[in-house]
Design a protein around this ligand. Structure first.
Ligand SMILES: C[S@@+](CC[C@H](N)C(=O)[O-])C[C@H]1O[C@@H](n2cnc3c(N)ncnc32)[C@H](O)[C@@H]1O
Length: 210
């Protein structure tokens, strides 16, 4: 049997799960209508439809992989507002400061092992966004990790994946990148292990807590 090691958005599989869609949709409701969207580490572009549908937003796909950018381009629906495809490193975004209304980065930060790398990418997202940044983190809350701990106590095999953080640790990383954590949207129910996080670049409102 061949086991695929591909992660969501890396292969030809372009679907999104219902729980992922719900969490992202809830975050986008808070954001409201936006013009220019940047999808960082966009993979095969499986989020394009949700990010642009009904919203008439333009979108730039940004990824290190030329192959995945080509897949995103191949799947893009004709007639949608501008789809750009830019190749590069999330740690050094080749865009001017504050030119996007919304920067989205899903299923990427959990694979960046070092805190310094995540903070660099987050700081770049903050720099190019006028306000909103939506990212995904694995978290430590809820039943997912409790179940693994129970398995360990029962002498069963337990798996504790890397890069699972507490709310406070995530808040701290965002702050170090100059972002404020606005709201958390769990992906899935009781067994959720990811949060879609809505963060905000500092603005007069954010600074005064309004
Ligand atoms: C697991 S996929 C997620 C894709 C997409 N965001 C999704 O949710 O479907 C991770 C993506 O990160 C891209 N990537 C890895 N390192 C990168 C980097 N330093 N800069 C930009 N993209 C990177 C990979 O090419 C891949 O497309």
């Amino acid at each position: 049997m061949t086991v695929s090691r591909q992660r969501p958005g890396e292969g030809t599989q372009r679907s999104t799960t219902r729980s992922e869609r719900l969490a992202v949709t809830e975050a986008l409701k808070v954001v409201g209508r936006v013009g220019a969207v940047l999808d960082v580490a966009s993979g095969n572009g499986r989020w394009t439809e949700l990010l642009t549908r009904k919203r008439r937003s333009s979108i730039i796909h940004f990824d290190m992989s030329a192959e995945l950018l080509a897949a995103a381009r191949g799947a893009a629906k004709q007639g949608r507002p501008i789809h750009g495809y830019v190749r590069g490193d999330a740690g050094a975004l080749p865009f001017r400061t504050q030119i996007f209304d919304l920067v989205v980065c899903l299923e990427f930060l959990p694979y960046v092992r070092r805190s310094g790398g995540r903070i660099r990418a987050l700081a770049e997202m903050r720099r190019v966004s006028r306000r909103w940044v939506v990212v995904e983190y694995r978290h430590r809350q809820g039943l997912h990790l409790a179940w693994q701990r129970l398995r360990l106590r029962l002498g069963l095999e337990a798996r504790f994946p890397r890069n699972h953080f507490s709310y406070e640790q995530i808040d701290d990383e965002l702050r170090r990148a100059g972002l404020g954590l606005r709201q958390v949207f769990p992906v899935g129910g009781l067994t959720s292990r990811s949060w879609v996080i809505l963060a905000e670049a500092p603005s007069p409102d954010w600074m005064t807590g309004n």
